[in-house]
Structure formats: C-alpha cells, structure tokens
Write a protein that binds this ligand. Structure first.
Ligand code: AMP
Length: 580
C-alpha cells in the first residue's frame, strides 16, 4: 500500500484536511465538523485551544486568542498569546498539528506527509514559513500548491481538459481571483490579483453598522462601547448574512439585548436582500475590478474564459453569482462545496504524488436552472415572460431558495406562478414544467410582495410554494420529476411555437387574448416609465400624468381595453415630449 499523503487547506479563517481513500475524496470530520476555524487560544488553565473552542473565546479574551495568523506568515515578528510570544510559524504549526491528528484519528495510523495549499500571491518567504510550520507540526510538506490550482483540480480531477478557468475565491477575510490554464494534467496559474483584507467579515460589519444605526435612531442607544452587546450583534449579523443567501428577507431578532433606564431593549428589524446588496455593492464592484486586472495580467479577455469556479464561503452570496454570470455569460460552477474545494484539490494532488487512483469529487447537482416568469425588460423591450431564475444550474443538492416578486396592479387579486426549467432569459424558450394560481390576495396597491420558494431534493422532487408576504397566504405544489431531462419534443414544440410568432403565415396564433395581454404589458411598462419621469414633468403635465395613471389602472382592473388603448396613447404622447 502506498503511503498516505494528506491534503491541507490552511486558510485565514478556516482550515480543512482531506484524503483520498479507495479512489474517493474525503474531507475528514472532527466532531462532525469538516471545518476547523483557524483560531488558536490559551484557556484559563493554560491549555492550548484550537478551532471552535478558541474561536468561541475570541470576543471575550482577544489577548489569549489568535486569529488570521496566515496574514502574518513570512514576517519576522512575534505574536503574543497569554504571557508568551510565538512566531507565526509556531501558531500555524498548532493548527497543522490538530489537522494531522484529526487525519490520524480517522485513518487509524500515523501520518507524516502533506500537501499544503497557499495563496497564489504568496511570496517565497511566506511559502518558506508555511513549510517550516509543517515541519514544526511533524509533517513533511511534500508539495505546496496554489489554492486556485487546488480548486481547479477538484473540478477537473478526471478530465483531460484544455481550458482557461477563472477562480473567484472570496472567504471570510481575503479575496483572490486567479486565471488558471489547464492543459491535460498541467494546471498553471497565469495571473492572480486580490485584496487580502476583503471578505465576508466586511459584509458582516456592514450589517452590524446597519443595526447600530437602527438602535441609535429608534432607541437613542449607543452600544458601540459595549463589547458583549456588540459580540451578540456580530453573531446575529453573520447569521442574517447567511440566511440572506437563500431568502429575500430576514428578521434580525435579539431579545433583551440590553437595558436603557431599566427598560429592556429588544432588537427586531427586517433586512431585505436588496438593501443588504446595496450595503455590500462597493465591495463586489471592487472584486470585479480585480477580476479584470487578473484577466489583463494573463493577457486574456472575458471571452477567453471557459469556466468560472466559485471558491470560499462568501461566494454563496447570490449577487456574486449573478454579477459573474452577467460578466462572463456562463453560469459559475459552485457544485463542489466552496468551503471545501481547496482541501479536496490538495488531497487530489497528494494522491497523484502517492500514485493513488482518484475518482472525481462526487456531488449531486442540478444540471438545470429553475425559475419563474416575470414582466420585465428583455432585449430592450418589455415582455411578460422574462425568465427569473431561482435555483441556478450547478447548485449542489438538496437546496432551497426563495425570491421576492411584486404584484403589478393595485388591488391585484391573484398571481399566476409558472415554473420553468432552462437557461434562456426568455422564459418561453425554456421548458414549462408546471403552473398554478394563488388567489385571494389582499386588497393592496401594486408592489404587494409575493415570495416564491423552490426546494429541490436529491430525488428530483421540486416543492414550489408562493406566499403573500404581508398575510402569509400560501399555495404550494410538488413536482415529482423535476430533474428528468424533459422530452426533446417539448423543447421542439416550444421552439416551433416561438418561431411561429415570427412567421407571417401562422400569425393567427397571436390570438385576441394574447393581444389583450400585450396591451396590459405595454401599459404597465408605460406606467413604470411615467412614475420614473414624473419629477421631470411640469406641474401641468404632472397633473395630466397622475390623471392618466389612475384611468389606466382603472381600465386594467375593469378589463376595458378600448379605454386602455386611448389612455396609454395619451400617456405615451406626454412621455414622448418629456423625452425630447
Ligand atoms: P471561508 O474563509 O472560505 O471558510 O469563508 C468563510 C466566510 O464565508 C465567512 O465570512 C462566512 O460568513 C461566509 N459564508 C458562509 N456561508 C455563507 C452563506 N451561506 N452566505 C454568505 N456567506 C457565507
């Protein structure tokens, strides 16, 4: 039997150890946890704490705890923990020693050799320090590989590929983007860029600021000087951030947060994904600038990139997936757990060196995107069938995602939910897999929020539920075979139906009902435009516009298409002159 070499991702925030066994790649658990927080601490009784236990004491005893030591690797400094001083190598060695013993416990024998990953930008001194940390921990570092190379190996373990891949890695405290070239089994980093002070912790801090401001405004309370309260808020913020990756709204609730003049203060605050995204938008913009710098460094452009790989826990933020999709026009790969794919890549490299055979990293994913249709802009025109993805292709299963949508009209009593499978921005080019109507909505103005939740399990069972957010009114359906490859004929039929719309001889498919629907869509688009341009209008025009908006809304409700047609024309005229 060949000697086992373990693969280690020694991260700034978290670390993991993985191994290939019988061709299978296994990230080894310790206490049911695959992730070991990269924290080292000293307990009151002088005992060394590593991982979760050290992380837990960090807020209360920062002087006894060390985090993010990776940032100091390669520097000739000492860090203090309790009453002693340590080199960065020594602290990293404590983490490595723990990972080594986790692996030994699992394997049942001693381990001497490891492959350790390092950021592509690490200098010689930083790499040397990592090697020394391994030695102190009793590990021979048989190879150090770049983190993006490891991530690429996780995705490409079995394939004989010729590809250019972009690895976007956003963790808790660091961001790196690398352009990687894969030529058969030679994986090479062509260029790398990033910011080693940017990550999910910054996103948490934005939510913390948001809460602190809320407490100031609502309760005239300054909690910034109270470490215990701030620690609770920081925890709540991180939890909220994670939840916002799956849900469009979350409620931040903390009972008995503190007291003010003898009265207990509870935190109860809603945060929407849209508002959260505006809080972190500048950070995301910065990462995209770095993407372009890395591309330039590799002398490539967006169109040369075949695949985008997401690495690091923070890439679960949907906005990151969406922005990269917009930028590259390909759905980013996220099927391998982004927290673990550097460790699995290290294990694959280790197995290659040890001469073991390797299977691919097996994960269950959805090969399709699922979503619904909405009124929106498509190719510069308003249409009522723009595809709105909810679960994206390449997501690992099981998965549950919720998105928020709005009613279009005042007093709208029902919404039609149609579920599609496919990738095309025009929902009609995708495959319709089911539909239902939610009736009995409350009498609310346009903009009444309806959330749609899709939950897809390993057996391809898709649960769809739509809920009126304000009242909780809900309707659900179950689709039993959502992952089956829908018959080619369905797709063919959809294509023919669409093509027919462009074929003069078959124009009759555009029947009266379509025509009326079209009028409503046109009117809705115009109403939105009118509301946007209201500010620019003169007082007189404004009055006319308000009047017409009301008449149009009434005509839609009454399904009076004659009035709808004349009033939309009048409104269009006013907007035309405003545009001039
Ligand atoms: P890493 O350093 O790669 O382990 O990533 C850790 C970071 O990922 C932390 O900032 C986490 O809060 C963040 N993270 C983990 N899960 C999620 C999630 N579901 N949505 C957004 N961020 C997440």
């Amino acid at each position: 039997m060949s000697e086992v070499i373990i693969g280690i991702d020694l991260g700034t925030t978290n670390s993991e150890v993985a191994v290939v066994q019988d061709g299978k790649i296994i990230v080894i658990e310790d206490n049911h946890q695959k992730i070991l927080p990269s924290f080292v601490g000293m307990s009151d009784s002088g005992e060394i704490l590593v991982g979760e236990a050290a992380k837990n004491q960090y807020t209360l005893y920062p002087e006894h705890t060390i985090k993010s030591i990776k940032r100091q690797m390669g520097q000739d400094i000492k860090v203090s923990m309790g009453d002693k001083e340590y080199s960065p190598q020594e602290i990293s060695a404590i983490i490595l020693k723990r990972l080594k013993s986790i692996a030994e416990n699992y394997l049942g024998h001693a381990v001497q050799k490891a492959v350790i990953t390092v950021p592509a930008y690490f200098s010689d001194a930083q790499r040397q320090a990592t090697r020394e940390a391994g030695e102190i921990a009793g590990l021979e570092v048989v190879r150090m590989i770049n983190e993006p190379t490891a991530a690429a190996l996780s995705y490409e373990a079995q394939q004989q590929a010729h590809k250019k891949v972009l690895v976007y890695d956003l963790g808790g405290g660091t961001f790196d983007v690398s352009v990687v070239s894969i030529e058969d089994d030679v994986v090479e980093v062509l260029a790398s860029h990033g910011n080693n002070q940017l990550g999910g912790d910054d996103f948490d801090n934005k939510i913390v600021e948001y809460i602190v401001e809320h407490l100031e405004d609502k309760h005239d309370l300054d909690i910034s000087e109270s470490p215990k309260v701030m620690a609770r808020i920081a925890r709540a913020a991180e939890k909220a951030k994670r939840a916002l990756s799956d849900d469009p709204f979350i409620k931040l609730e903390e009972e008995y947060l503190c007291e003010k003049e003898g009265t207990p203060i509870h935190l109860s605050l809603e945060l929407s994904r849209i508002d959260y995204e505006s809080l972190i938008e500048d950070y995301i913009d910065e990462t995209l600038e770095a993407v372009h710098i890395a591309l330039k460094g590799a002398e490539l452009t967006v169109s040369n990139i075949d695949e985008v790989l997401l690495v690091g826990g923070s890439t679960r933020t949907p906005m990151i997936n969406d922005r990269l999709y917009q930028e590259f026009g390909v759905e980013p790969h996220k099927e391998i757990n982004p927290d673990l794919c550097v460790a699995t890549g290290a294990a694959i490299q280790a197995a290659m060196i040890a001469g073991q055979s390797i299977g691919s990293v097996l994960v269950d994913i959805t090969p399709y995107t699922f979503g619904t249709s909405v009124v929106g802009e498509l190719n510069g025109e308003y249409c009522h069938d723009r595809f709105a993805p909810i679960i994206h292709k390449n997501s690992s299963l099981p998965i549950s995602k919720t998105e928020a949508f709005c009613t279009m009209f005042d007093g709208q009593k029902e919404v039609e939910v149609i579920i599609f499978q496919g990738e095309d921005p025009d929902a009609l080019n995708n495959i319709k897999i089911d539909e239902f109507i939610v009736e009995g909505l409350s009498d609310a103005p346009a903009g009444n929020v309806i959330t749609i939740q899709l939950t897809l399990d390993l057996n391809g069972i898709l649960q769809v539920s739509a809920q009126e957010k304000a009242t909780g009114l809900e309707k659900s359906i179950t689709i039993n075979n959502a992952l089956s490859d829908y018959e080619e004929t369905d797709l063919e039929q959809a294509k023919q139906r669409i093509n027919a719309l462009f074929n003069d001889d078959e124009k009759e498919v555009f029947d009266a009902e379509d025509e009326e629907h079209h009028e409503i869509i046109k009117a809705t688009a115009l109403l939105e435009k009118a509301k946007r341009q209201m500010e620019e209008a003169s007082d007189e025009d404004k009055e006319d516009m308000v009047d017409l908006i009301e008449q149009i809304n009434d005509a839609i409700k009454a399904e009076d298409f004659e009035t709808l047609s004349t009033t939309t024309e009048e409104l269009a005229d006013i907007l035309y002159y405003l545009d001039e």
